[in-house]
Design a protein around this ligand. Sequence first.
Ligand code: APR
Length: 317
Amino acid sequence: MARKKIALIGAGNIGGTLAHLIGLKELGDVVMFDVFPGVAAGKALDIMQSGPVDGFDSAMSGTGDYSAIAGADVVIVTAGFPRMPGMTRDDLLTKNAGVIGQVAEGIKTYAPNAFVICITNPLDVMVWVLQQKSGLPPEKVVGMAGVLDSARFRLFLAQEFNVSVEDVTAFVLGGHGDTMVPLTRYSTVAGVPVPDLVKMGWTTQEKIDAIVNRTANGGGEIVKLLEKGSAFYAPAASAIAMAESYLLDKKRVLPCAVLLNGEYGQKDFYVGVPVVIGEKGVERILEVQFTAEEKAAFDKSCDAVKKLIEDFKKLGV
Ligand code: APR
């Protein structure tokens, strides 16, 4: 069987890390596209040269020509600009929407059957623009945010309980950013829900609240430390988990930004909910029962995403 082809649109920090992980996990061959094709080609060659050491044969190339992504099975999009000092949120929306418009055209023309994962921020709006402009079926276009948010939540909970991250599960919904909604009663240590652990005296509600807050601001914490740029190792690992579930038809249940069509009483925009990812893309959306408080938090998060989409529409890009 031929190796799978994975196209990475954007060869920056996340793009390079994605390519490295794809090699290490032997998921397929990689084509990296960037407006700086030399950077894409240089990173591709550098990573491919680690293959003999680490024992992988993935072919890697860099390009500035969309035709090179032809027939890709998976496309992961990180192309865009970070927010710079002096830039408003609208400036960033306008700039990155322009970039995503070009990316959508490239995918529509050369890789219309791919499973597409968007990482570019502001995530929930950018993935919506990508789906609308590419015209790809919504079940084949998803946004990466929830896997990252829940990884951060799992790490902080594992540290608090002094247990392995492997035994901590987390359930996170909503938009990417500070309105994210972690559902603590569905977050567990080896199946024991967090509220029970509070009752058992493993931690306090105050500490859980602080962890929730730290998770929601997890990206900002790293931006502050790095001073230049934003997180890239964990975002790349998170997108790879989604790609792997699709390529291997694992049917993992992962929180992803997907187009809602009435689920949770919401429709026509992208927001994070738990979904099953398999060979058909998004195969099922899990719709859990909310308490009144959880519903209010989720609706508030949806309102924030919808407001950003309205702002974007007013910009007329
Ligand atoms: N087409 C293709 N690539 C582009 C385009 C374009 N029109 N415009 C910019 N790029 C490329 C840049 O040249 C750069 O190599 O996108 C890459 C972005 O890389 P970084 O700036 O290193 O950003 P990164 O850390 O990888 O994050 C990418 O993901 O998490 C989000 O907020 C983050 O939106 C950002 C994105």
